[in-house]
Design a protein around this ligand. Sequence first.
Ligand code: ATP
Ligand code: MG
Length: 328
Amino acid sequence: MTDPAPPLVRFEGVCKRFGETVAVDGVSLDIAKGEFFALLGPSGCGKTSLMRMLAGFEAPDTGRILLDGIDIAGLPPHLRPVHMMFQSYALFPHLNVARNIAFGLRRQRMPQAAIASRVEEMLALVRLEGLGGRRPDQLSGGQKQRVALARAIAPKPSILLLDEPMAALDRKLREETQLELMALQRRLGMTFMIVTHDQDEAMVVADRMAVMRAGRIEQVGAPREIYDHPANAYVAGFIGETNLLSEGDRWRAVRPEAMTLSTRPQEGARAGTIAEIAYFGDRTRYVVAAQNARLVVSRANVGAPLALSVGDAVWVSHAADAGALVSP
Ligand SMILES: Nc1ncnc2c1ncn2[C@@H]1O[C@H](COP(=O)(O)OP(=O)(O)OP(=O)(O)O)[C@@H](O)[C@H]1O
Ligand SMILES: [Mg+2]
């Protein structure tokens, strides 16, 4: 039997403190070659710190980081086949677009002609043909973002680290960019690791994701696995909205779309009154004030709408096996 190929990246019990702050607290994680991996978690949970250690800008206090099975502790950042794109794009303001994209290639001492052709290839890839001569301040936010991406991809790193790459884009551009990133990643067969605050974004782009809390990983899995089978109440509440209903000494986490709303009493249903109604076009979200609970119900807007107003009496139920049983 042959051993399976090692993961592209392996974090092994990695810890990092800054003074009293434990930024990363014993993270072990494998990322496969060609994977689009998302790191998710609230502000300050250690996402950027984890990436900075992989890029070589910080060293772990304990634990190891392996790339293709080899410990990279001794490698300085510029010798790692890892590129990190920062929260702000950090384009060089005095260099035009082409020279920004060429930056990493010059550092690699690529011949001039090869640089020129790689820059053209990258401009086409991010659909900025003809804009190589512009300075960053002559570009829109979305164009700057694409230049930063082209600059990051040009040296063909084994893994591209994207720290909140879309934070500065408006929603429409963000959604377009998400799809472009996914297409680009597939086309290049590169490995992407993305940090995002936005759980919807992570679910759209990622093959797998890790949910972090206070320096630790709470769960790793495909978006669908995590959404349908959250490991605990924290993950259930962090990824999407959820109703936590007590069941014995555990909780049943039931998604709003798995709850049913009725205007008549139903066997086993909880009685309550409508506290909020929010219309989203494709669905309507109801908040129901029930005894000791605030229940959220999401209903697809197909067929006849429910004639409901705030204050109306309703009954909320779910299938006995809906959602997942989780520990607190
Ligand atoms: N250089 C540093 N010196 C001191 N503390 C730091 C340093 N870098 C990070 N920290 C602290 O470590 C913790 C984790 O920070 P980190 O930047 O990794 O969080 P994050 O998950 O990326 O947050 P955000 O989503 O806000 O970017 C925070 O409490 C932060 O204040
Ligand atoms: Mg960060």
